[in-house]
Ligand binder design. Structure first.
Ligand code: AP5
Ligand code: MG
Length: 220
């Protein structure tokens, strides 16, 4: 099937720790589309010390959202790149109603509406456990979890040998704030997408490959 015949313009929605990043990597691979994580874009900018990184750091550290106008401009620019012609999977965007409306406007201007929004649901206690045990590779970005997906050697990435680190916003107090920010500002998007018939819900509980199978079945 040609890329223009069936564009997949998708969003991965869900609270912090639901497994958006973990699942998005595989979903994007399955449909041969780029995986675009706004959180990853901000973390890379912070690491590089760019203007964007300096602007975003205080929000990420506090578990607050970066202002809508900043995020929306970044996404608009990213999805206009050549690799997005056949579709894309957004992870962590949109996160507020103004962001969702801005995305709809961007896509309707291009004549290609969003095809599906995958909402991953996970119980709050499980989210806190997952986030406190999360580790990531400082070199290749691979995601680990001390409970559910431990590296073979402590502190070392199985894939590239890079050192594993804990995200600054995975501290207990920041996690609590991220979860309340999600409830207040992002959870209303579930209803927004349900109303327009674009919501695909999947339980994010249980083994990672089981969640992936449920997402694929729901999308197909
Ligand atoms: P972002 O990076 O998007 O963070 P988040 O939404 O808080 O989500 P996480 O990345 O923490 O969780 P995830 O759902 O990706 O789960 P993961 O797969 O890693 O955003 C960070 C910050 O950037 C925001 O707070 C904000 O400041 C800013 N930002 C980003 N986008 C923005 C926007 N649009 N507007 C404004 N600000 C924005 O999994 C978590 C852990 O669980 C891992 O260890 C994983 O291995 C494990 N795990 C995954 N699946 C399972 C499973 N099935 N069973 C057991 N463990 C599992
Ligand atoms: Mg993530």
């Amino acid at each position: 099937m040609g890329k223009t015949e069936r564009k997949r313009l998708m969003v991965m929605l869900g609270p912090p720790g639901a497994g958006k990043g973990t699942q998005a990597v595989n979903v994007a691979k399955r449909y041969s589309i780029p995986h675009i994580s706004t959180g990853d874009i901000f973390r890379a900018a912070i690491k590089e010390g760019t203007d964007l990184g300096r602007k975003a750091k205080k929000y990420l550290d506090a578990g607050e959202l970066v202002p809508d106008s900043v995020v929306t401009d970044i996404v608009a620019e990213r999805i206009s790149k050549d690799d997005c012609v056949g579709g894309f999977l957004l992870d962590g965007f949109p996160r507020t109603l103004p962001q969702a409306e801005a995305l709809d406007k961007m896509l309707s201007d291009k004549g290609c509406p969003l095809t599906a929004v995958v909402d991953l649901a996970v119980d709050r206690d499980a989210l806190v456990k997952r986030l406190t045990a999360r580790r990531a590779c400082s070199k290749c970005g691979e995601n680990y979890n001390l409970v559910s997906k431990a590296p073979k050697k402590e502190g070392v990435c199985d894939k590239c040998g890079g050192a594993l680190y804990q995200r600054d916003d995975d501290k207990r107090e920041t996690i609590e704030n991220r979860l309340s920010v999600y409830e207040k500002q992002t959870a209303p998007l579930i209803e927004y997408y349900k109303r327009s018939g674009r919501l695909v819900s999947a339980s994010g509980e249980g083994p990672i490959d089981g969640v992936f199978k449920r997402i694929c079945a729901a999308l197909d």
